[in-house]
Design a protein around this ligand. Structure first.
Ligand SMILES: Cc1cc2nc3c(=O)[nH]c(=O)nc-3n(C[C@H](O)[C@H](O)[C@H](O)COP(=O)(O)O)c2cc1C
Length: 213
């Protein structure tokens, strides 16, 4: 079983969900293929003061840690065992553009309505859409974490099309039954559920009906 997971961030609000997910995937020793749309770069800057610009792994991961520290996330592992591979969204020669390149799944977190629309209609106009297309056609896990409210009929239809094609639609809509106290608790509720669907063991949320670890 490959450790490769594709993580794409598109320009929906809630960039912190994607950043926490990235850190947890690397902490879980996954090989993360990271994609960031240009709108997502803008959201990262607007919401978290995180500047991607010319991607440089060391600087980026330091910024990731600063963001997570600021939110007070626990746990945060000192060493991130996994491997980070960044792809520009116009790099059509990347392995993840092909179905023959094996992965354990893909998450788009957060996922904008425009990216949902592109996937729903098979418009592979950037590498995020293409990799999502590939995951659907290869019958692999594709988790979409949309963030929009309220939703128009067009957006609901597009989400429905994606779900019918096999995507897991997991809205950034945390539950409250675990009695969250902090923003980190709310974020981890969603990140924990995404990790569950990607088959990554985690104890980020207390599970209903199960004693906590
Ligand atoms: C700060 C900020 C927040 C945004 N929030 C959302 C959002 O929650 N949902 C959404 O669908 N689009 C949102 N947008 C708009 C998208 O980024 C825009 O539609 C863009 O075209 C998406 O492109 P992408 O899908 O290639 O990332 C936001 C944009 C900015 C700058």
């Amino acid at each position: 079983m490959t450790k490769r997971i594709v993580l794409a961030m598109s320009g929906g609000s809630g960039a912190v969900y994607g950043i926490r997910l990235l850190e947890r995937l690397l902490a879980a020793d996954r090989e993360v293929h990271l994609l960031i749309s240009s709108a997502a770069e803008q959201v990262l800057r607007d919401e978290l003061d995180l500047v991607v610009d010319q991607f440089e792994e060391h600087a980026f991961l330091n910024e990731v840690r600063d963001v997570l520290d600021g939110y007070g996330f626990r746990p945060q592992d000192a060493t991130l065992a996994g491997k980070l591979i960044y792809h520009r969204i116009d790099d059509w020669s990347a392995g993840i553009a092909s179905g023959s390149y094996r992965t354990a799944g893909m998450a788009i977190c957060p996922c904008s309505m425009s990216t949902v629309a592109a996937i729903a209609h098979g418009l592979a106009t950037n590498l995020i859409h293409r990799a999502a297309d590939v995951h659907l056609k290869e019958r692999r896990t594709l988790v979409l974490v949309p963030r929009e409210t309220p939703l128009s009929a067009i957006q609901l239809e597009n989400l429905h099309r994606c779900a019918r094609a096999g995507a897991v639609v997991l809205p950034a809509s945390p539950g409250w039954y675990h009695r969250p106290r902090t923003l980190a608790d709310l974020v981890d509720f969603i990140v924990g559920r995404v990790l569950d669907h990607l088959g990554v063991q985690n104890a980020l949320v207390s599970r209903w009906g199960e004693p906590s670890d």
